[in-house]
Write a protein that binds this ligand. Structure first.
Ligand code: MG
Length: 455
């Protein structure tokens, strides 16, 4: 049973509607109660509500007897990596990732820098629901302090990725949490860097915190006009990365994931690669060429990270640009991914468009149908039988996450969004015409089911 508070990426919601300081304090107290933490670290992205929620969260942790080191504004992967590096019992990030500015969220990492999975999330939720808090005796209330240890992360990336070429890079942190570290690390690796949207601003005035074709148009234009080698963009909290090639085209998220996964498989002489049910079938085509095997999980970096650990995979990632490098840690890491991609280009002696061009291109369509959070799982459940009757020609059927039907030349996936009040539909086909036909039929079905649930 999915918990009510936690989605696929921690607690997420509208500020002061779903996610209030009262809830943040309860989460802090619940984490202290559950993990019996002595040492915790807390960080936030650039959102306007970040400090308000941080103060409440820290208050809860202190009340539960945990000491708290506040890192201020740093990317999620930096918080996650430092949790292990600084021997903290838990690391907590205040972020709504790529969501619009009126949202915020709380994501919890354990001492191994793994995000809390369903089991731990359910325990936190149960403590909050039953108010089973363990309040510390007045003598044992925690202490809070401010620390800046991001230089440790910078040193780790410098040791991990070695670049010999002087890359011309345009970096677009989108006014999010990578605003200072992303340009700084590229420069420290010898790149010639131009940064745009590199001022921290929780209103995200430059572009949406979600990197996509629309929001990255200005970046693409600048890459082209300045004749740069590559453009790099991150989401609001820096666990995702998007690339623009030297021609000024946004690199297709699925194809670049597949190309990089193939490179890792090649270097490791195979090895499992993990991706989610939404990713393109081009991932299998590329990874299997190098003797690798692809494992598919539910959508959500927590599930990908768990599978990487369980199957001892060499790499894992989702087509949203969340790539996990298990040789370093289990949190998707946008900055590290960008450096490792440049290293891959040097290794293969290719420019970005060449690197991607070997990956086959299929037609992927993504659509959304609005649906209230409390109804979305019910709609998907109903869609199981609905889809089977709309598409009687299906070959395979899976409910790893939502409903996935495989056809001769493609597949469809219908699932509830883990973070937003939406039903997400993904279709992939060898031709656009076939993909469109499947999508149209499925949207009609899902809209009908949403309408029936409302009655
Ligand atoms: Mg994110």
């Amino acid at each position: 049973m999915r918990s009510k508070l936690f989605g696929s990426s921690g607690v997420r919601g509208l500020v002061n509607v779903d996610l209030t300081p009262i809830l943040a304090a309860k989460i802090g107290l619940a984490v202290a109660t559950f993990s019996k933490a002595k040492k915790t670290i807390v960080a936030r992205d650039t959102r306007v509500s970040g400090l308000m929620l941080e103060n409440a969260l820290v208050s809860g942790l202190l009340a539960g007897g945990a000491n708290v080191d506040c890192l201020g504004v740093v990317p999620t992967p930096v918080l996650a990596w430092l949790t292990k590096r600084l021997n903290a019992d838990a690391g907590i990030m205040i972020t709504a990732s790529h969501n619009p500015p009126q949202y915020n969220g709380i994501k919890i990492f354990n001492r191994d820098s793994m995000a809390y999975g369903e089991e731990s999330q359910n325990k936190i939720e149960s403590i909050i629901e039953h108010e089973n808090f363990r309040l510390a005796n007045w003598r044992n209330v925690g202490e809070a302090s401010f620390i800046d240890e991001s230089h440790l992360y910078v040193e780790m990336v410098q040791k991990t990725a070695k670049l010999s070429k002087k890359w011309r890079v345009i970096v677009d942190p989108g006014c999010g949490a990578t605003y200072n570290l992303a340009p700084l690390i590229f420069e420290s690796l010898g790149c010639k860097v131009t940064a745009i949207n590199a001022q921290p601003d929780g209103f995200f005035p430059g572009r949406s915190p979600e990197p996509n074709v629309e929001s990255l148009k200005p970046l693409a234009k600048i890459v082209q006009e300045l004749g740069a080698d590559v453009g790099v963009a991150h989401d609001g909290d820096g666990d995702r990365v998007a690339f623009v090639d030297e021609k000024g085209d946004l690199a297709d998220f699925d194809r670049i994931l597949a190309a990089y996964a193939a490179y890792v498989a090649k270097k490791n002489h195979g090895g499992p690669i993990v991706t989610n049910v939404e990713a393109s079938m081009c991932v299998e085509r590329m990874v299997e060429k190098h003797g690798g095997k692809v494992i598919r999980t539910k959508v959500g970096d927590v599930y990908v990270a768990e599978a990487i650990k369980r199957f001892n995979a060499v790499f894992g990632g989702e087509p949203c640009g969340a790539w996990i490098h298990p040789q370093i840690h289990y949190c998707p890491d946008g900055i590290l991914s960008s450096m490792l991609l440049l290293e891959a280009l040097e290794y293969e002696n290719k420019i970005l468009s060449e690197f991607i061009s070997e990956t086959p291109q299929y037609q992927t369509l993504r659509g959304n149908v609005a649906c209230k959070n409390e109804m979305k799982y019910g709609v998907v459940k109903k869609a199981v039988e609905g889809l089977k009757s709309v598409f009687p020609e299906y070959k395979q059927f899976s409910t790893v996450d939502g409903v996935r039907l495989t056809f001769e030349e493609g597949w469809i996936l219908v699932r509830a969004s883990g973070t937003e009040p939406l039903i997400r539909l993904t279709v992939e086909g060898e031709s656009l015409k076939a993909a469109k036909e499947i999508m149209e039929k499925a949207v009609v079905l899902v809209k009908k089911l949403v309408g029936e649930m409302r009655k």
